[in-house]
Ligand binder design. Structure first.
Ligand code: V47
Length: 425
């Protein structure tokens, strides 16, 4: 029997990526044009390899998960975003709101099951008063004091400022609502509601929602109050790839401003870089060759809050008004996550949210830029990966298994990325 030999096949890389590779090796910031090149190239291997290089500089072989619960307290929403299959109008079939007692019971059960975090978001409910949200925070804090409450997207917070009659006070109104919620128990903000920072996309897919400037302002206000937050990017619907790059640039610029003083004090490199509007300004780059844990902001070293994590969210068309769209493919999801890692050189973490990406894809993503896969979740109402059920739970054992199989050391973290020590339990 003869065995056919394969012709020599040297690994080929796209020459268009040479400059980007050089910049990543040197720890220089990538431009918007670089971002567009990373999308245009057929050489996805090099894109992923570069993202992995940067990810390993920051986190070596560690990958994070947490033990958490998501609570979607109500799906009643004054808005009708076309990408959203979650919202209902008051009184419509399937519309619900949880009572404070129900939320409290969930919190107690979560704490008893070992959760460290509650992630709470809902629709823009037209008549629940501001006290409902304060009472929710206080009830959780009293009944389950060990839980960190990560709650309310920027969109909800603008709505809360309105119903608390502080909407006319603009930035200060938002800040005072955040202060009240923080004093009642709020610990940090999730990254939802950002969608894609582009006016055309906004008016097509989520008209009526706050625009980019206001979303960024809410997070800026939180950071000024010492509250950490995350950021998302919902992609794969009516936006263009260039819109995604612009979105990432706008997040990056806000983080530059937030981390400038911290970087100066800690010796993290600051250089000049292009901004999304063509001007230049100081840029904080956490991912250069000297990167490592010492280059990561922490609540101990940074006296403001900051963006911790970018979470790229692939659009799920099912049951939404944009159901006719196909949604992004697996490769597009992988590429987008890798590009997010490369462009957001001042974000400590990149999360592959397994609920939307699947555990299987989350493994690939850990090898190509991600360092976090979210947590045990249990109930999740906003998107459904496998059929109609909102029970979407995984175990710590499975989270650890997928992380190990991907070649990483699983580390349980709390919401602020501090390792959780369970040796005494
Ligand atoms: O804001 C809504 C998105 C977000 C759909 O901060 C959809 O750690 C896909 O923000 N297809 C909520 N996405 C989820 C979110 C999140 C998730 C995990 C972790 C964190 C974090 C934040 O889900 C919404 C919206 O952008 N969304 N509908 C859909 N059809």
């Amino acid at each position: 029997m003869t065995v056919a030999t394969l012709p020599n096949s040297p690994v080929r890389t796209d020459p268009a990526l040479a400059g980007i590779t050089d910049r990543v090796e040197r720890g220089q910031r990538l431009s918007a044009a670089d971002g567009r090149t990373l999308y245009a190239t057929a050489d996805i291997h090099t894109v992923c390899r570069l993202a992995d290089r940067v990810r390993r500089r920051l986190h070596a072989d560690v990958a994070y998960y947490n033990v958490n619960r998501h609570i979607n307290y109500s799906n009643v929403c004054a808005l009708s975003c076309t990408f959203c299959a979650f919202h209902r109008k008051k009184g419509a079939d399937g519309a619900y709101e949880m009572s404070i007692d129900e939320v409290r019971a969930e919190a107690v059960a979560a704490e008893a099951a070992g959760a460290t975090e509650l992630h709470i978001v809902g629709g823009l409910h037209p008549w629940l008063p501001f006290d409902y949200y304060l009472d929710m925070m206080r009830a959780i804090r009293t009944a389950a004091p060990s839980l960190h409450i990560k709650a309310f997207t920027a969109v909800e917070l603008v709505h809360l400022a309105r119903i608390a009659k502080r909407g006319r006070d603009g930035y200060e109104g938002i800040k005072s609502v955040l202060r009240d919620l923080r004093d009642a128990g709020l610990g940090s903000l999730p990254g939802g509601g950002a969608e894609v920072f582009d006016d055309r996309v906004h008016d097509t897919a989520f008209k009526g929602k706050i625009r980019a400037g206001q979303w960024l302002d809410v997070h800026r206000a939180a950071h000024e109050l010492g509250i950490n937050s995350n950021a998302t990017m919902l992609y794969g619907h009516v936006e263009e790839r260039a819109d995604r790059i612009q979105h990432l640039m706008m997040l990056r610029e806000q983080q530059d401003r937030t981390l400038a003083a911290w970087a100066h004090d800690t010796g993290v490199p600051v250089c000049d870089a292009e901004r999304h509007d063509g001007t230049t300004g100081p840029a904080v780059v956490l991912t250069g060759p000297g990167a490592g844990p010492a280059w990561l902001p922490t609540p101990q070293t940074c006296n403001t809050g900051y963006f911790q994590t970018i979470i790229p969210l692939p659009f799920f068309p099912n049951d939404s008004a944009l159901e006719h769209l196909p949604g992004p493919t697996g490769l597009e999801n992988l590429r987008t996550l890798a590009i997010a890692r490369l462009m957001l050189d001042n974000f400590p973490h990149v999360k592959a949210f397994w609920i939307m990406q699947s555990l299987e894809m989350a493994q690939f993503m850990l090898q190509n830029g991600a360092d976090d896969i979210d947590g045990t979740v249990v109930w999740y109402d906003i998107t459904k990966l496998d059929g109609p059920t909102t029970h979407q739970e995984t175990t710590v054992f499975d989270l650890q298994r997928v992380i190990r199989e991907a070649g990483f050391v699983p580390v349980e973290r709390d919401t602020l990325y501090r390792p959780v020590d369970r040796s005494g339990t």
